[in-house]
Write a protein that binds this ligand. Structure first.
Ligand code: NAI
Length: 335
């Protein structure tokens, strides 16, 4: 048994995390949960949105499965996600985006991975007001973080047998900050002659992605572009309910869906747990339980392909629990 920190999170978090935990249990994943409160649900219990206790639990266990946490707009506490990623040095955000049989979209053969720098850029949280007339946010890009994420993207590409890395930027306008990001990416790319390297400007990238997403393999992005593009890519394969993610650092990783706490559907038992279940499968692979992770993916994909008990975001009428039961039922038969 290995201890893993479990953050149920806010909004739909407890519903989809609950479903993922049931699937992991059904797959006999050797996990003992250490439950931790973060986000609005922690604040409501009189705790900080992200306490040292939670950070220590993740540091100690090295692995965390996290539900989405809500971040108040304009005022209120700082984003738990941003703080978590910075505090734990989770510098790489990995989001595999893949067409899924049974989910009808305009495209059929998408298989790309967004690799997003996770610790700096406009998310560094360095901003101030100038009286009531202006506000300034600092876009922090460092050579160290840029080279680190570029190396991660190329290593990932090599390990996973992927052929191409595309750096996404706006260095035509932000010549210094995005320029530095590109310079670092180019230097790292030179060490990987077996992998094709190209660069695309972010606005063009958005257009290319909705026209020919099949062309792309690994997208190497600074923080903000990576965040936006991840949702765009999720939309290409069926929506936010189906794309998993991992935040990876040195010896520590937090697995979570790309989507947020979806307050509009929270508490209704209609959220799609697919992204969360796929994040849990990624977590198992990271923990060296690849076979169990693959079994879970197989059961999930089979249930989706059969169109069994789909949730409303995929055109069905089933509840979160009903879809989860379909996956668990299929787990018994997949090898
Ligand atoms: P969101 O991702 O929560 O929702 C966007 C839309 O997608 C909504 O219509 C929602 O119902 C739908 N959706 C999302 N996940 C779904 C699922 N599993 N099944 C079915 N439909 C789903 O984005 P929004 O509304 O911008 O953010 C809500 C809150 O979540 C904010 O406080 C935001 O800061 C937070 N957030 C947290 C993240 C995290 O913890 N990793 C990531 C993104 C946002």
């Amino acid at each position: 048994m290995r201890k893993v920190t479990l953050i149920p999170g806010d909004g739909i978090g407890p519903e989809i995390v609950g479903a993922a935990v049931k699937v992991l249990e059904a797959a006999r994943a050797p996990i003992e949960w250490e439950i931790a409160d973060a986000g609005i649900s922690a604040v409501k219990k009189g705790k900080p949105a992200l306490s040292d206790e939670v950070l220590d639990s993740i540091r100690k266990n090295g692995v965390c499965l996290k539900g989405p946490t809500e971040t108040p707009v304009i005022s209120g506490h700082r984003s738990v996600n941003v703080a978590l990623r910075q505090e734990l040095g989770l510098y790489a955000n990995l989001r595999p985006v893949k067409s899924i049989k049974g989910i009808k979209t305009r495209y059929e053969r998408i298989d790309l991975v967004v690799v997003r720098e996770n610790t700096e850029d406009l998310y560094a949280g360095i901003e101030h007001k100038i009286g009531n007339v202006a506000a300034e946010s600092v876009k922090l890009i460092t050579a160290e973080a840029s080279s680190r994420i570029a190396k991660f993207a190329f290593e990932y590409a090599r390990k996973e047998g992927r052929k191409k890395v595309t750096a996404v930027h706006k260095a035509n306008i932000m010549k210094l900050s995005d320029g530095l990001f590109l310079e670092c990416a180019r230097k790292v790319a030179a060490d990987y002659p077996d992998i094709v390297y190209e660069e695309v400007i972010i606005d063009n990238m958005c257009m290319q992605l909705v026209r020919n997403p099949e062309k792309y393999d690994v997208l190497l992005c600074p923080n903000l572009y990576g965040d936006i593009i991840s949702d765009l890519c999720a939309g290409l394969v069926g929506g936010l309910g189906v794309v998993p993610g991992a935040n990876v650092g040195d010896g520590v990783a937090v697995f979570e869906a790309v989507h947020g706490s979806a307050p509009d559907i929270a508490g209704k038992n209609v959220a799609n747990p697919t992204a969360m279940i796929l994040s849990a499968a990624m977590m198992l692979k990271y923990m060296g339980e690849g076979k169990k992770g693959e079994r879970i993916e197989k059961a999930l994909y089979e249930a989706l392909e059969a169109g069994e008990n789909l949730t409303p975001d995929l055109g069905g009428k089933a509840t979160t629990d009903e879809f989860c039961e379909s996956v668990i039922k299929r787990l018994e038969t997949v090898v």
